[in-house]
Design a protein around this ligand. Structure first.
Ligand code: GLA
Length: 695
């Protein structure tokens, strides 16, 4: 519920309150565990230190309009031809209600020109979450925006401030890191034009004592798939302000008379239940409010690691036959089916079926796959082009490039300037043709294997906008394709997990978290992922070895399956080479996954034990009705003198009785949670699947 009392906006959610002042500089006065509304006036103490440090409340401002005073990160800076100073004044507010969702809008007017800003708070009370954004409208002379953020939040004083965030690299994405804030600023960001592998636009903050099961945690995620920035600032006055939005890096945007722009949404939340509760809240929130729909995820097969660029109708048919036999439901052909795409050096951009590989067109394989009882999916990378392609030869001006300079390449490719109307139309046309002519394509893996470089169309005045325009065009294309092909599922992939954020996930059903498919490495990658993103969107394949590396990663198949069953199970191994016996083993695990996938994909997830802290890694999932429980446990580096590791399930009903598969006696929830379960795990790369049912 949102109320306005004694010059305070009070947002009361299920278990938390968020309170800030009105006026020209709305400042946060409280965000945390629920308070009694009528006592909140007590919180407002205007602070001052000395005439050297004027209005200290500016350190906690909700949305900083740059006006020459800001000493911390501001949210909006615009330049007029003659001034850079913004004089924004609070006008009024409105509250809109739509079902269970309430939206608060604060309106500001610039004193010197018809520029208005709306600071928007979308409230999700049952999740204790708020969506923060700002809409800027210009009805006067053109302005150049130099800084555009979604908003700031402030954390109440704590003994310490620990920021937990994800960082990584290609094939090593989303590893958990902790950073204690000292006075000064700490920034995570992307400058690669996509969400990026180096950091993810998400964070959690606690006082250094929160754990999986308890403690106050403040958290946030930015829904944006381009250059973004999240800055944590701690002042010498114990103010901690977090500002998120589009990165300042090489950014500017001209807002003409009559135009408006809305920032990406920064979703923020608070929980008293520790990191575990934070993640479960986010998973349910994403399933309910972000993802396009709820649909049980299919077990897929993907050809990439088996046949690489050599996708030919015969080899794919053979793979498909074997895939169908082991229980795969969706057969996906990856890179290589089009143009002269025999390696990563040529063909990208030429979206016609390669006649040599598919003499009778794609339909022959699609029909075969359908006959085998599976659905069909396909890989595309529409934003990129190889220099050695017909598309580039025809349209060299379609790629980002600085005037009269050869663009830089990565993976032998350039990036298309998809903000150009004709390029956007080209993508919509070929995708429309592909999906329209092949109505049996029910899944698209949309890849993007080069970071944005040379972001220019040879026009210095407007070039810096292209970073932003790329993201807007991408979202428009996805939105349009989803509308035209509502039954097609989309996967977001970018050289592994470089495009995973709540912006693209409004259109994507799932994502590819990493090109690293080694089951052991995946445990840490998947753990980091699970902090902020739901298991339903996390695909994981069982493969022969990790991509791009000749070293073999010898892990038992049981271990590989258990690791991949913790999200959306897929198979990427070259099953054409497998013996009947191995195929049977695969079939057994796939059947087992199908039995429990609803629990994994849509259940409540508990991180029971982490390799970051012990040799035991264990994750539990409880079905929505609380009746089905699965635990995956993994062990590493067993010591001869060590006790056998136990797992301690969480989230069970203490008085309820449970049956652990394979055990004779039944046990109460309290016994299981407090006395734990033996795992019988010994040695390296040992893993176990524990299935429990409520009696
Ligand atoms: C990227 C993806 C892989 C695969 C290749 C194909 O690396 O992450 O899964 O699709 O491209 O070129």
């Amino acid at each position: 519920m949102i109320t306005y009392q004694n010059n305070l906006f009070v947002i009361e959610m299920q278990n938390s309150s968020y309170v800030f002042t009105d006026g020209d500089v709305p400042a946060n006065v409280y965000w945390g565990e629920k308070l009694y509304g009528e006592e909140l006036g007590y919180l407002v103490k205007r602070r001052g230190h000395s005439s050297f440090d004027q209005n200290l409340d500016r350190n906690r401002e909700e949305y900083g309009f740059w006006d020459s005073y800001s000493v911390l990160e501001s949210c909006l800076k615009v330049n007029y031809p003659e001034t850079r100073k913004l004089n924004m004044h609070f006008q009024d507010y409105s509250i809109q209600t739509e079902g269970e969702k309430e939206t608060l809008i604060l309106r500001f007017q610039n004193e010197d020109s018809p520029l208005t800003a709306e600071i928007i708070y979308e409230i999700f009370p049952e999740f204790d979450m708020i969506g923060r954004s700002m809409r800027l409208k210009n009805n006067g002379e053109e302005v150049v925006i130099e800084n555009l953020k979604s908003g700031s939040v402030s954390i109440p004083p704590q003994k310490k401030y620990r920021v937990r965030y994800l960082s990584g690299k290609w094939a090593g994405e989303s590893h958990c890191n902790d950073q204690y804030l000292e006075n000064g600023a700490f920034t995570i960001q992307s400058r690669t034009g996509n969400t990026g592998p180096h950091f993810n636009p998400s964070f959690a903050l606690d006082n250094g004592t929160a754990d999986e099961q308890s403690g106050n945690v403040w958290f946030g995620l930015l829904g944006y798939s381009g250059n973004w920035q999240i800055t944590f600032e701690k002042t010498t006055f114990e103010d901690v302000k977090i500002t998120a939005g589009i990165s300042n890096f090489d950014f500017s945007y001209t807002l003409k008379n009559g135009e408006e722009i809305q920032t990406p949404i920064m979703y923020v939340g608070f929980t008293v239940g520790g990191y575990g509760k934070m993640s479960r809240t986010l998973h349910s929130f994403e399933n309910r409010h972000i993802l396009p729909r709820r649909q049980t995820g299919r077990v897929l097969y993907n050809s990439w690691e088996a046949t690489c660029f050599d996708v030919r109708v015969d080899s794919q048919k053979e793979l498909a036959e074997r895939a169908a036999k082991i229980g795969v439901e969706l057969f996906v052909i990856d890179d290589g089916w089009f143009g002269q795409r025999h390696s990563d050096k040529a063909g990208l951009g030429d979206w016609y079926v390669n006649k040599e590989k598919f003499p009778n067109g794609l339909n022959e394989l699609i029909l075969h796959v359908k006959k085998l009882g599976m659905d069909f999916g396909i890989w595309v990378e529409p934003e990129s082009v190889n220099p050695d392609s017909d598309l580039y030869r025809e349209h060299p001006d379609w790629v980002y490039h600085f005037k009269d300079q050869e663009p830089m390449q990565a993976r032998n490719q350039y990036t298309l300037n998809i903000g150009k109307p004709e390029v956007k139309q080209f993508i919509l046309d070929f995708m429309g043709k592909l999906l329209g002519e092949n109505p049996d394509i029910s899944f698209v893996k949309w890849d993007m294997n080069k970071t944005l470089m040379d972001v220019s169309a040879g026009n210095t005045a407007t070039d810096k906008e292209l970073w932003y325009r790329h993201v807007v065009a991408l979202y428009e294309i996805w939105e349009e394709l989803r509308k035209r092909f509502p039954n097609v599922e989309f996967e977001t992939c970018s050289g592994g997990g470089s495009r995973i954020d709540l912006g693209i996930l409004r259109f994507a059903d799932q994502c590819w978290p990493s090109d690293n498919t080694d089951a052991y490495s995946r445990l840490s990658i998947q753990e980091g992922f699970s902090y902020f993103y739901a298991p339903r969107i996390m695909t994981a394949w069982v493969t022969d070895a990790s991509t791009g590396d000749s070293r073999k990663y010898e892990r038992p198949y049981s271990y590989r399956f258990h690791s991949a069953m913790m999200g959306m199970l897929g198979i990427g191994a070259n099953i054409s080479r497998f013996s009947e016996e191995t195929l049977e083993e695969f079939a057994k695990y796939i059947a087992q996954y199908k039995e429990i996938r609803e629990t994994v994909q849509y259940g409540m997830q508990y991180r029971l034990s982490s390799l970051r802290e012990s040799p035991l890694h264990a994750v539990e999932y409880i079905s929505e009705n609380g009746e089905d429980i699965v635990i995956f446990a993994f062990h590493q580096g067993f010591h001869y003198d060590a006790a056998e590791p136990k797992v301690y399930p969480q989230g069970l009903c203490p008085e309820a009785v449970y049956q652990v598969e394979g055990m004779e006696e039944t046990l109460h929830g309290s016994t299981l949670m407090n006395a734990g379960l033996e795992t019988s795990l010994y040695g390296d790369f040992d893993s176990k699947f524990i299935h429990i049912k409520r009696v």
